[in-house]
Design a protein around this ligand. Structure first.
Ligand code: GLN
Length: 451
């Protein structure tokens, strides 16, 4: 098959399904096809596994000449002047991006409903959310529109939508994939990673995008192993910890049942299990929803009607700022900016931000303690399956609690993967495996043996 045939098939599938799924904010069909046709003419002998394969990119990553809106009205007219490193690396590996995917505005949300344009629907049941914030990336892969999509995971935004859509979502170790060109939400948490149909595809995409980047000062200078080599199918002797705090109230019994079956599968493959404790888990959601909005309030200060995107004209500069930001940002983004600004304001900094940073360290130590004796941690990705559109929109707290098993991983900066794990209530369940920092190989090996 030629690259142009693959890209055509992807575009056809998008035409046939996206009116209902609404995974894409922007499809660059012509551009993708012409790139593919050029590749048809010269298929190098050493073409890699991504050569000519159509994928998609979450709309918070810059891709030169294309819109990057972060699904926000404030960036509705913004066109990228450069490529983010992850996008450039995919392209260098021969990947062809067919479009930019929908998301919760500025990656704030867990359902896709905070998109400033329209919500994405879950291909498994169009009345349900696909999860978020990488809603469009997960839905596009689940609907067979593309073979892989890039997402970003600040507090679960790759793994939770992967769980809700029956796809594989990998959040790499903080610093493994460059954040250069990713529009910052909470810079000390943000990580780019792949959403795919299989673990093998996840390894292939990770291989392409991982690696040190001098353009990102938090990019890690570590050796990148061959991730495909890790997929041996062998998990004999692997020590897996089960955090007791992740199996308490709030977990849907139908989800729990699938996770317990997954444990049996792993036991059958020769892995061993032990109960472990992550005692500070109960503080994780509160800690995250303090720190992430604090960072966001600072990062989003740049959207002022002067430097980027939309401007609402007014008589004075201050009025212009107020009107632009007032009309440009959605409710959730404003809520986070207010929370974050409050937490950072003088007199409150010690009580909130500084305290939360200390708890963040305790949460990281919880994981370090477990990983002294275990190779991996196993848990559900989310406490429930995909909920109905509109079901939680008026209840930010319930929405925030959805991230209870994913957020601790971001606080600790470690990697985790969500793999499909059967159905509950007729909907996909995600199994989460959490690994040691920079040990994506073990994560991928175990996930691959299981799937
Ligand atoms: N639901 C989380 C939030 O709203 C996750 C966001 C993310 O990972 N980008 O902040």
């Amino acid at each position: 098959i030629k690259p142009s045939e693959l890209v055509s098939a992807s575009l056809d599938r998008i035409s046939a399904t996206d009116e209902k799924v609404k995974a894409f904010l922007h499809v660059n069909g012509e551009q993708a096809l012409s790139a593919a046709r050029k590749m048809d003419e010269h298929i190098p002998a050493d073409a890699g596994l991504l050569f000519g394969i159509p994928g998609a990119v979450k709309d918070n990553m810059n891709a030169k000449g294309l819109p990057t809106t972060c699904a926000s009205k404030i960036l509705a007219n913004y066109v990228s002047a450069y490529d983010s490193t992850a996008v450039a690396k995919l392209q260098a590996a021969g990947g062809i991006s067919v479009g930019k995917t929908n998301m919760d505005e500025f990656a704030m949300g867990s359902s896709g409903e905070n998109s400033g344009f329209f919500p994405t629907h879950n291909p498994w049941d169009l009345e349900r959310v696909p999860g978020g914030s990488s809603s469009g990336s997960a839905a596009a892969v689940a609907a067979g529109q593309v073979l892989y999509a890039l997402g970003s995971d600040t507090g679960g935004s790759i793994r939770q939508p992967a769980a809700y859509t029956g796809t594989v979502g990998l959040k790499p170790t903080y610093g493994l994939v460059s954040r250069f060109g990713l529009v910052a939400y909470a810079s000390s948490f943000d990580q780019i990673g792949p959403i795919t149909r299989t673990v093998e595809d996840s390894a292939i995409v990770l291989q392409a995008i991982a690696g040190h980047d001098p353009l990102d000062s938090t990019s890690a200078n570590v050796e990148i192993p061959n991730y495909l080599d890790a997929l041996t199918g062998d998990v004999k002797g692997l020590r897996i910890g089960l955090p007791k705090e992740y199996f308490e109230e709030g977990l849907d019994p139908a989800v729990r049942e699938q996770i317990e079956q997954a444990m049996e599968t792993f036991k059958g493959l020769g892995a061993t299990f032990g109960e472990v404790s992550l005692p500070h888990t109960k503080y994780a959601v509160a800690t995250y929803y303090l720190l992430a909005p604090a960072e966001a309030s600072s990062n989003l200060a740049r959207f002022d009607g002067v430097r980027y995107g939309v401007r609402v004209e007014a008589d004075s500069l201050i009025e212009m700022y107020k009107k632009t930001r007032g009309e440009g940002f959605g409710d959730e983004v404003k809520r986070r900016i207010m929370l974050g600004t409050y937490a950072l304001s003088s007199g409150y900094y010690d009580a909130y931000y500084l305290r939360a940073q200390k708890v963040r360290t305790l949460i990281k130590q919880d994981f370090d303690n477990v990983f002294a004796d275990y190779d991996l941690i196993l848990s559900p990705t989310a406490p429930t399956t995909a909920f109905k559109l509109g079901e939680n929109v008026d209840d930010p707290l319930t929405m925030y609690l959805n991230d209870i098993y994913t957020i601790p991983v971001n606080l600790a900066g470690i990697p985790a993967i969500s793999v499909p794990c059967g159905l509950a209530n007729g909907l996909p369940v995600g199994l989460q495996l959490i690994g040691k920092a920079f040990d994506e190989s073990t994560l991928l090996r175990a996930a691959h043996a299981f799937e």
